[in-house]
Design a protein around this ligand. Sequence first.
Ligand code: GLU
Ligand code: ZN
Length: 470
Amino acid sequence: MIIKTRFAPSPTGNLHFGNIRTALYSWLYAKKNNGIFVLRIEDTDKKRSKSIFTKNIFHTLKWLKLNWNEGPFFQSKKIKYYQEIILYMLKKGFAYKCYCDNDTLLTMKKKKIFEKEKPRYDGRCRNLGNNFNSLNKYVIRFKNPINGTVSFNDIIRGKIQFNNSELDDLIIQRENGIPTYNFCVVIDDIDSKITHIIRGEDHINNTPRQINILKVLQAKIPSYAHLSMVMNSDKKNFSKRDNSTKILTYKKLGYLPEAILNYILRLGWSHGNKEIFSIPEMIQLFNLKSITKSSSIFDLNKLLWINKYYMNLSHKKYIKKMILYYFKKNNLNDTLGLDLDKLIKNFLPHSYTIQNLFDLISHFYIKDNKIIYPDDINNYLNFNTLNILEIVYNKILVLKDWNLNIILNIIKNISLSLSISLKDIIIPIRLALIGKIHSIGINQIIYFLGKEKSLFRIKNFIKYIKVSLS
Ligand code: GLU
Ligand code: ZN
């Protein structure tokens, strides 16, 4: 048997960590078993489906290299085909037309609630027959078995059983002729010969309904694995409309795809205490049984930690390529006589994302006369600051050995000799050199900027203070 899994998103929002976890686990399970991973776009809901979200699905999966072997199949292109099968089901008596209008359904619902029963459809159109000659509008419902039970062995949760008496006669075709989600899924899973359905636990209630349809169509029942939810740090379910959980937001912020995948893998699956998994390791070690039943909580700090790890593991050329992309995006010139390779090597161990690394490195590439001082700069424009900077300037001017320790010692000595705290010495130098109060170590800034640029920027700032004091 060829193992076949599928990822079947509806293009009604941007893919988030929960969606991608479903995709990753389905992809891994197919890979592990030399199987086939199918991509299907469930876009029968015309109002909510948007092409921008379909693009987001492709872009996200491609970026993460979750390549599909078959598809993408679009449900919206198969409407006629589904309708033919529904016609067949009508003929066979597996389905029937329901003519109940909204008022009738509402009254039915109220009555059921009053009788303390589940507010479900009472099946009153079941026996009208297909020849019932009415010009009224209708929907088509599946004739769900009335008695007995329907059960399945969920790979993660074990046996799950429903009484048929709890299940509605599901609408499989709407009044406008469009077949519904639960029906299309079944047909597509049969057509694609899906063997393992891995999806969110929000579909557990759909599974018995889908199994009943599979049964009347005499199709093989696939295996199911329902994943628990991924919640954001406020313990709320992820929303497809929340940009902070949109995967591509993390691409923009400079996360690496391998880090994202590693993080998502561990969001609900474990292999002892192991945290870091290369893609081949994931494929080798992944299994459905070790997926947790409890919900998982998104933890940004852990993602940052993993991203930092992968950044440091990556080839420097790969990092450089990405950094250069940020240069371009920010209209920064990378040829100002600074050694970019050296800067990357130095700052990479302190960076959590590529954006983060770029922010550190970009200080050095600001044009000397384009430094932007903070809004509260006036607090620093005084004789004390002027004095500190003039001393620093003169010390750097005569400095011969250009090394990190010597530079640091110079600054420490100035602090001692003026009896001013190191922090208060460093702030004006930082402002002069990069326009910031907080940042990387001051000796690193001076060292990497180089003597000439450092002196030039300090001199500029001295002039600026003098003007403001005069
Ligand atoms: N289209 C459904 C969703 O986005 C998934 C259906 C399925 O996996 O069966 O939630
Ligand atoms: Zn009816």
